[in-house]
Design a protein around this ligand. Structure first.
Ligand SMILES: Nc1nc2c(c(=O)[nH]1)N[C@H]1C(S)=C(S)[C@@H](COP(=O)(O)OP(=O)(O)OC[C@H]3O[C@@H](n4cnc5c(N)ncnc54)[C@H](O)[C@@H]3O)O[C@H]1N2
Ligand code: MOO
Length: 417
């Protein structure tokens, strides 16, 4: 394993070359939260579907001229939200917010700009009211047939709101990549209430990946913790495969130690080793292979931050391509302070992005970048990426900033000092 580590851009290119967009499927809008549209959506009808009132008041008709304050109009009827089409003659209709405008009327005066008179029932205007005032016309939000969402839209609650308003029942979305997670290491304890024996640690990669994988748009079909034996690993692998996994993510056992058995296990599976070791920190011993049946295998080094960075910068771009999404465009944000690093390694750094006193975004590299330190990741709201050859960056230099997940923008914190 003495060959030099691969350039990370080349590693990503090799990964993406093995991936293709997954087929699309139709799902009910109620089950479509977080899914990625595979085909655009057009409005099946107009929104609002009919002209309606923006105010509680009186609906009136008239020509191009405003109806003048002081004029009086007989009250012909009442129209509430939910009432169907009705034909107005000439007078005023008491109308509620959201009610369909009676045909022939074209403006609404709010109730507080009127005076109600009796015998006969009539309304006196206390203000002028022009044509179109306080009327929400049919199609003014979305005209019928208009295109509303492009393919690649990641459906969020606001998209579901518009789809519901338009009466769209189902959408075509990209299939979700089926992912399995295998955590390796006989030191690992999954049960949080089991006391640790000497030398044991708690499995933190498992719970992290169990949440991160679905947030990346994938389906977690299997997760398991195994010891350091190849046979046990291969059995877990077979269970993951049987659960439908097409993307395997393992943690640990890819470095130089006596028990780093993942390469050996992959050999037994007949996998094609595509690369092992990338010029990155953390997570240099990253391994990528493809199995004879096309299943992709990402061997993430076991240190927790190597797992987080490996997932974010190598697994998530693959998931993104499978979901039919374009390559990410990172933000470019000035560094809050000077930063120095070794050359020939791309660094993925736990970072905090915040607004400074002048309202500008700045990225602060957090202290504690070692790959075993979880606390700074828990305090981070973004990743800063420093390129391979960079060594010293001065405060104010622009660096690439990425969200904690590929579908997340950096959550911008409060004012930086
Ligand atoms: N002689 C060398 N030793 C190491 C090298 C090297 O190049 N030469 N690389 C180091 C780097 S960098 C990393 S990263 C690690 C990767 O090692 P492995 O992938 O083989 O991972 P393990 O040895 O199994 O574990 C590393 C570390 O992480 C802890 N761990 C593992 N799984 C979990 C988990 N699920 N939850 C929490 N913590 C976990 C494990 O206990 C170890 O402390 O190798 C270096 N060594
Ligand atoms: O890459 Mo390792 O994660 O530096 O410890």
């Amino acid at each position: 394993m003495s060959h030099p580590p691969l350039d990370p851009a080349e590693a990503l290119r090799l990964i993406l070359a093995t991936c293709a967009p997954l087929p699309a499927q139709e799902v009910a809008v109620v089950a479509a939260m977080g899914r990625v549209l595979a085909t655009p959506v057009s409005a099946p009808g107009a929104l609002p579907p009919f002209d309606n009132s923006a105010m509680d008041g009186y609906a009136l008709g008239g020509g191009a001229e405003a109806l003048a304050a002081g004029s009086e109009w007989p009250i012909e009827g009442e129209q509430a939200a939910g009432d169907g089409a009705t034909q107005a003659r000439r007078g005023a209709w008491e109308i509620m917010t959201g009610a369909r405008l009676p045909d022939g009327l074209d403006r609404v005066i709010p109730v507080e700009q009127t005076e109600r008179l009796e015998a006969p029932p009539r309304v006196r205007l206390l203000a002028d009211v022009a044509a179109g005032e306080n009327v929400r016309t049919a199609g003014s939000d979305v005209p019928a047939g208009a295109s509303v969402f492009a393919a690649g839209t990641v459906l969020a609650p606001q998209h579901l709101m518009l789809l519901a308003a338009l009466g769209v029942a189902s959408v075509t979305v990209a299939d979700r990549p089926r992912v399995a997670v295998l955590c390796t290491g006989r030191e690992l304890v999954d049960d949080p209430i089991r006391p640790l024996e000497s030398g044991q640690i708690r499995n933190s990669n498992g719970p992290f990946l169990a949440e991160r994988v679905p947030r990346a748009g994938a389906e977690l079909v299997h997760i398991e913790t195994v010891g350091d034996e190849v046979d046990a690993f291969l059995e877990a692998f077979a269970r993951a495969r049987a659960a439908g996994a097409r993307v395997m993510v393992s943690t640990g056992a890819v470095s130089m130690g006596r028990y780093d058995f993942v390469p050996q296990a992959l050999e037994r599976l007949g996998a094609e080793a595509i690369f092992h070791k990338v010029a990155i920190r953390p997570g240099k011993p990253l391994l990528f292979a493809r199995l004879p049946d096309g299943t992709l295998f990402f061997g993430l080094p076991g240190n927790p931050i190597a797992v987080a960075a490996g997932l974010r910068f190598f697994v998530e771009p693959a998931l993104r391509l499978m979901l039919g999404l374009p390559r990410e465009v990172p933000w470019r944000v000035p560094l809050a302070g000077d930063y120095a690093k070794k050359p020939r390694l791309r660094f993925h750094l736990k970072a905090d992005v915040a607004l400074d006193a002048q309202g500008r975004l700045v990225a602060r590299v957090l202290t504690g970048q070692e790959s075993y330190r979880i606390r700074p990741l828990a305090e981070a709201n973004a990743w800063v990426v420093v390129p391979l050859e960079a060594t010293a960056l001065a405060a104010g230099a622009l660096v690439e900033v990425c969200g904690l997940g590929h579908l997340e923008s950096p959550a911008i914190g409060g004012s930086a000092a």
